[in-house]
Write a protein that binds this ligand. Structure first.
Ligand code: KIV
Length: 505
C-alpha cells in the first residue's frame, strides 16, 4: 500500500512551555531540540515565541547555531507576530530561518482584538511575508481561533485562504485554539479546506480541552491534513496539546495509509526527560508513556499472558522501549508473582511460593505497593524465617509513642517452657522493646546478644516505599553476626531481625 507521509511538528518548546509554571532553560531547550530531531525524528520543531525575553533569544540562538552545523536549520521554527519588522529582526538576529506568523483565523478575534478589517489584516500580513522573504526567512501562517472561525465566520476563513493561497508561504497552520472541536466537525472542516486548496500544505494544531486532542488529530489526518502539531506528554496551556506518543501509536496501528518518521522507541525516553526538565508530572495512566500503562495488576491477566498470550494487543511495551510489568499486591495472585520470579530468574517450590504470595497479599492489604525489586528481599525474609527453627517467638507487643513522654513497650515472649511478659521505657520504640526483652532475659537468666550496629534502608533498587529493611549486627561472646528484618514499618522490621537473633544464640 502506498503510504502518505504526515509531517510531525513538535511544539513542546513553544506551546508546551506555555503549561502553567513551566520554563525551560536554554540548555534544556537545546538538549530537547537535539533529541527531538535526531532520536525521536520529528520533522520540525517550534522552539519559542519571538520577542519574549533575552533568555529566549539566547536559547533560540544556541539551537540555530547547532542546527546550522548539523543540517537541521530549516526544521527550526519560531512563532512570530504581524508587527512590521520587529519579529522578523528578532528571528534574523537569532539565526532562525522559519517563522510561524500568528494571524487571525476568526472574524471575532480580528474585529475585537486587532480591531481591523480583513483587508487591513491581509495587507499587514502580506507586508510581513514580503520582508521576511527578502531576508531569506520562510513563512508559515497560523490562523488563530480557526475552529471558531469555521463555526461562526466561515466566509472570512475562506476569504483569508483565497488571499493566503496567492502568498509565497510554505504551510497553513490550523489551530483548534480553545480545543472546542469534536472529531466529526474536525473531519468536515479539514476536508472542505484541503479539497478546495489542493495546492496548499495544511497542519492541524489540536488542544485537549475535551480530551479529544488525539481523536481530532486522527480525523484531521483522515480528512487530508498534511501535518500535525504535537507536544511531549501533551504539555500545553489549560488541558494541553495533542500528545505526540498517543497519536503516533494511533496512526501506526489504525491509519495504515499514512506514515510518520517518528521513532516509537524514543518516545518514553524523551517523555521522561521532558518530565524531569519541566517538573510537569505525567499521569501514571497516560497512554503509551504513563508509568502504569504496561503493568498488569489483576492475576487473571498475568495468568492469561502465561497461558496463550490471551491478553495480547498491538500496543506492546517493547515498541516504546518499555517492558511489561506484573504488579505485586493483594489482587496480583500466584501468576503475577510467578511472572516476576521468571523475569528475575528465581525458582521457588510451591510451598515457598505460597508463603511469599501470602506475604505480598498482607502488604497489599495495608495498601502497600510492592515492586519487582522488592521481591528478592521479601523472598529472603520469608524463607529465612522458615528455616530458623523457632525456639523463641515474639508472641505479642504493644509499642507506644507519645508527645513529652518516653516511648514504652510491653512484650510477650514465648519460650519452649512458657510465656513471659515485661514492659519497659526507652529512648525510642525499639529501645523500649530491647529494654523489655533484656528484663525478660535477665529474669530467665539467659544470655542476650549485644547490638553493635543498626542500619535501616529501603531495599536497594526498590522503587516503592512499601518496605524497609533493618539490618542489625550483633555480638555474642565475641562472635559477630547479622540479621535482617523486612516490613513496611521500621520498628517492626527491627523486631523481626531481633527475633531471628534470639533463635541464633
Ligand atoms: C498561539 C497559537 C498559534 C496557538 O498555540 C493556538 O492557537 O493554539
Amino acid at each position: 500500500m502506498k503510504q502518505r507521509s504526515i509531517e510531525i511538528m513538535d511544539t513542546t518548546l513553544r506551546d508546551g512551555e506555555q503549561t502553567s509554571g513551566v520554563s525551560f532553560s536554554a540548555t534544556e531547550k537545546l538538549t530537547l531540540a537535539q533529541l527531538l530531531l535526531t532520536e525521536v525524528k520529528v520533522d520540525r520543531i517550534e522552539i519559542a515565541s519571538a520577542r519574549v525575553s533575552e533568555g529566549e533569544f539566547q536559547a533560540v540562538k544556541r539551537i540555530t547555531d547547532w542546527a546550522r552545523e548539523n543540517g537541521h536549520l530549516h526544521k527550526i521554527e519560531v512563532l512570530t507576530f504581524v508587527d512590521g519588522d520587529t519579529s522578523i529582526n528578532w528571528v534574523e538576529k537569532a539565526g532562525a530561518k522559519v517563522m510561524n506568523i500568528l494571524t487571525k483565523g476568526s472574524l471575532n478575534h480580528l474585529t475585537h482584538q486587532l480591531k481591523k478589517t480583513p483587508e487591513e489584516h491581509f495587507r499587514d500580513i502580506a507586508a510581513v511575508i514580503k520582508k521576511a522573504q527578502k531576508k531569506g526567512i520562510d513563512c508559515n501562517v497560523y490562523l488563530e481561533d480557526w475552529s471558531n472561525g469555521m463555526r461562526n465566520s466561515k466566509e472570512y476563513v475562506f476569504q483569508y485562504l483565497d488571499f493566503i493561497a496567492k502568498q509565497p508561504i510554505k504551510r497553513v497552520l490550523l489551530p483548534d485554539t480553545l480545543g472546542i472541536l469534536i472529531p466529526s466537525e474536525t473531519h468536515g472542516y479539514i476536508a472542505a479546506i484541503t479539497g478546495r486548496y489542493p495546492q496548499l500544505h495544511f497542519d492541524f494544531h489540536g488542544h485537549n480541552d475535551y480530551d479529544l486532542g488525539v481523536a481530532n488529530a486522527l480525523e484531521a489526518v483522515k480528512a487530508g491534513a498534511h501535518g500535525l502539531h504535537l507536544t511531549i506528554n501533551g504539555m500545553g496551556e489549560r488541558a494541553g496539546n495533542t500528545p505526540l506518543a498517543s497519536i503516533v501509536a494511533v496512526l501506526n496501528d489504525f491509519q495504515k495509509d499514512v506514515k510518520t518518521n517518528v521513532n516509537e522507541k524514543a518516545l518514553y525516553k524523551i517523555s521522561k526527560l521532558v518530565e524531569a526538565f519541566s517538573g510537569f508530572r505525567v499521569s501514571p495512566n497516560k497512554p503509551v508513556i504513563g508509568e502504569n500503562v504496561f503493568t498488569q495488576t489483576a492475576g487473571i491477566h498475568a495468568d492469561g499472558d502465561k497461558k496463550k498470550n490471551l491478553y495480547y494487543n498491538d500496543l506492546m511495551p517493547e515498541r516504546f522501549g518499555r517492558k511489561r510489568k506484573y504488579a505485586l499486591g493483594k489482587t496480583s495472585g500466584k501468576a503475577n508473582i510467578e511472572n516476576n520470579l521468571q523475569q528475575l530468574g528465581i525458582q521457588l517450590s510451591d510451598e515457598d511460593l505460597k508463603k511469599v504470595t501470602q506475604r505480598i497479599i498482607e502488604l497489599g492489604d495495608k495498601k502497600e505497593t510492592v515492586t519487582q525489586d522488592d521481591l528478592p528481599f521479601i523472598i529472603s525474609d520469608v524463607l529465612d524465617s522458615n528455616t530458623t527453627a523457632e525456639k523463641v517467638h515474639v508472641e505479642d507487643y504493644v509499642l507506644t509513642h507519645s508527645k513529652n513522654m518516653r516511648p514504652s513497650t510491653t512484650v510477650r515472649i514465648r519460650f519452649e517452657d512458657g510465656v513471659v511478659e515485661e514492659n519497659a521505657q526507652g529512648d525510642g520504640q525499639y529501645d523500649a522493646f530491647m529494654n523489655a526483652l533484656r528484663k525478660i532475659y535477665t529474669q530467665k537468666k539467659l544470655p542476650l546478644a549485644k547490638l553493635t550496629d543498626y542500619i535501616v534502608r529501603i531495599p536497594p533498587g526498590g522503587k516503592s516505599d512499601a518496605l524497609c529493611e533493618t539490618i542489625i549486627t550483633w555480638n555474642h561472646n565475641g562472635r559477630e553476626f547479622t540479621t535482617t528484618g523486612l516490613d513496611s514499618d521500621q520498628t517492626v522490621a527491627a523486631i523481626k531481625a531481633t527475633q531471628k537473633m534470639l533463635n541464633l544464640v
